[in-house]
Design a binder for this molecule. Structure first.
Ligand SMILES: [Zn+2]
Ligand SMILES: [Zn+2]
Length: 103
């Protein structure tokens, strides 16, 4: 932003040159009319909201006893005590039927 040295008015860009809108002053060169303001783009962050279980499990071949679908989510959960064997869980991709298989 530049101001007229004669009257102090804010200079405006005219056809080819900048000049004062109030008096006859004309700036010799171009003036910078741009406000130095960085435009920050809002970066949209996709939040995957897994409502189901809150976690994603790998899919494995496991025949659902309920609907005979051949694909199930698979995960292992260690029980509270270290002495107990870890349990395998299979959750049918189709009907969401979950079975627990102990070793
Ligand atoms: Zn002026
Ligand atoms: Zn099923």
């Amino acid at each position: 932003m530049e101001f007229c040295p004669k009257c102090g008015a804010l200079l405006m860009m005219k056809k080819t040159k900048a000049g004062c809108p109030r008096c006859s002053y004309t700036a010799k060169g171009r003036i910078n009319m741009m406000m130095k303001e960085e435009v920050r783009e809002h970066v949209a962050v996709a939040v995957v909201n897994e409502k189901d279980e809150g976690e994603v499990h790998p899919i494995t071949d496991f025949v659902c006893k309920k609907c005979k679908h051949k694909k199930s989510y698979f995960w292992i959960r260690q029980m509270r005590s270290g002495d107990e064997p870890e349990s395998k869980f299979y959750k049918c991709v189709k009907c969401k039927n979950t079975v627990r298989v102990d070793d």
